[in-house]
Design a protein around this ligand. Structure first.
Ligand code: DGL
Length: 268
């Protein structure tokens, strides 16, 4: 199984920010990434719908022989982790919320911590639970920022419009003086520079991609699953618009995506 790929799944292309960190930390591994672009956004949908989509997406990756599943989508991590672990046991499943909570507490051990995420993640209370499971007394505040997703998908990551939207969502949160701000959605790291400028120097921005990559490395090492052979080419699966994925995905992955490596699939 060592030479099987690592499966990474997200509702769209935002999870490529997690894959970027994974590729940097585990350059010898090969990855198969699935972006459910036909059904994005997950963040505004019910927990039941997101769970059904997540199980279908994971099944498509399992069919392609993976040794570990990374749920790169915060919304799916927040509502579907248990269902995924149960449906595909004993496949190791790593989510982005537990590593994000740990990174937030490392940046601000006594809080307060602000979490920005999709409506679905905030509604599920996943970050609050994960932080309180590790530090019960830390104050956590949550704020959904739904417009950040289309802004990032459009490549609009700085400028007047972006600043206005950030102020609209974050002014009230920042007035409560959080010490750490968790970017609890795959797309938000694309706006990191603009958010950091508005949040100011006293607020540590926490991006779970790096800690997730560390958690994946540990799990592979502990399970004796690190790849031994030379890396195979990475593959990308999408449920809609492969050309757009290859073009815009570059913003999130930080490197070009060959259109020929993107395959259109149907999850129904
Ligand atoms: N991938 C989602 C997340 O991290 C953001 C995009 C969506 O709403 O589907 O929560």
């Amino acid at each position: 199984m060592n030479d099987a790929a690592i499966g990474v799944f997200d509702s769209g292309m935002g999870g490529l920010t997690v894959m970027r960190a994974l590729m940097a930390r585990l350059p010898q591994e090969s990855f198969v990434y699935l972006g459910d672009t036909a059904r994005l956004p997950y963040g505004t949908k019910s927990g039941d719908t997101v769970t059904r989509y997540a199980v279908q997406a994971a099944a498509a990756l399992v069919k392609r022989r993976i040794k570990l599943l990374v749920v790169a989508c915060n919304t799916a991590s927040g509502v579907a982790l248990g269902a995924l672990e149960e449906a595909f046991a004993p496949l190791p499943v790593i989510d982005v919320i537990a590593p994000g909570a740990e990174a937030a507490l490392a940046a601000s051990p006594s809080g307060p911590i602000a979490v920005i995420a999709t409506e679905g993640t905030v509604r599920a209370g996943a970050y609050v639970r994960a932080i309180h499971a590790r530090a019960l007394d830390v104050e956590v505040m949550s704020q959904p920022c739904p417009l950040f997703v289309p802004l990032a998908e459009e490549g609009l990551i700085e400028g007047e419009i972006v600043d206005l939207v950030i102020h609209r969502y974050l002014d009230e949160v920042l007035a409560k003086e959080p010490r750490a701000l968790v970017l609890g959605c795959t797309h938000y790291p694309a706006l990191k520079d603009s958010i950091a400028r508005i949040a100011g120097k006293g607020v540590a921005l926490v991006d779970s991609a790096e800690t997730t990559a560390r958690a994946v490395e540990k799990r592979l090492r502990d399970g004796g699953l690190l790849r031994e052979g030379p890396p195979a080419p990475h593959r990308f699966l999408v449920t809609d618009t492969p050309e757009r994925f290859a073009r815009v995905g570059e913003i999130f992955l930080g490197r070009a995506i060959a259109p020929a490596s993107v395959e259109l699939i149907d999850l129904q």
